[in-house]
Design a protein around this ligand. Structure first.
Ligand code: URA
Length: 206
């Protein structure tokens, strides 16, 4: 078996990948975005979380999951007793895609072309971090990780899949989906299932 590169070398390679992302003006969403948002977390994280794309606050801060969806994720991680500092958190698409509306910037879903153009960065993050498992949050992450635009969240959720690179993957909802649900029993149930999916992935990661 191939021996993994030492931690320092992988950390340097991750920093170089980030620099390449930030300098890449050919990416389809680079021009309208404030900046690219690279993944965050230790290079030897056993669990990697993958979201869709940075939102408005992430675009301004340059860090993943720091806005409303990030606050919900933080609360769910606390319930699951998972320390975010031990996770590697990233997105399928590294720039905020939006539609300007007055002074507001409305989130737009990345299309299959966007997902494909940013996919090499995601695959290289996985190759460098070598997590024991990747958790896709939402169908965009699932499509980016599998490289299959036809997969659905209900088709992926509940089982462990093996990515082409050999890394196991599980899937759950995107935290922003939970934010959009009306308050009540249904939302509480969906939230509890999300926390359970986080627990399952963390248990797999060990
Ligand atoms: N939604 C995402 O998918 N990623 C973020 O970083 C923030 C919101």
């Amino acid at each position: 078996e191939e021996r993994p590169a030492p931690r320092d070398a992988r950390e340097a390679a991750l920093a170089a990948l980030r620099a390449r992302l930030l300098a890449d003006a050919t990416l389809p969403l680079a021009e309208a975005a404030t900046q690219a948002v690279f993944g965050e977390g230790p290079v030897d994280a056993p669990l990697m979380l993958v979201g869709e794309q940075p939102g408005d606050e992430e675009d301004l801060a340059g860090c993943p999951f720091v806005g409303p969806a990030g606050r919900l994720l933080d609360a769910a991680l606390a319930e699951a007793r998972i320390d975010r500092a031990r996770l590697y958190v990233t997105n399928a698409v590294k720039h905020f895609k939006y539609q300007p509306q007055g002074r507001r910037r409305l989130h737009q879903r990345p299309d299959t072309g966007d997902i494909a153009r940013y996919r090499p960065f995601l695959l290289e993050e996985i190759a460098l971090v070598r997590p024991r498992i990747v958790l896709a949050m939402g169908v965009t992450a699932g499509q980016a990780l599998t490289g299959d635009a036809r997969v659905t969240l209900s088709g992926l959720r509940g089982t462990t899949h093996e990515l082409r690179c050999g890394t196991p993957m599980r899937a759950t909802v995107h935290p922003a989906y939970l934010l959009r649900l009306p308050e009540g029993e249904g939302q509480r149930r969906e939230h509890a299932m999300f926390v359970e999916d986080l627990c399952d992935a963390a248990a797999y990661a060990g």
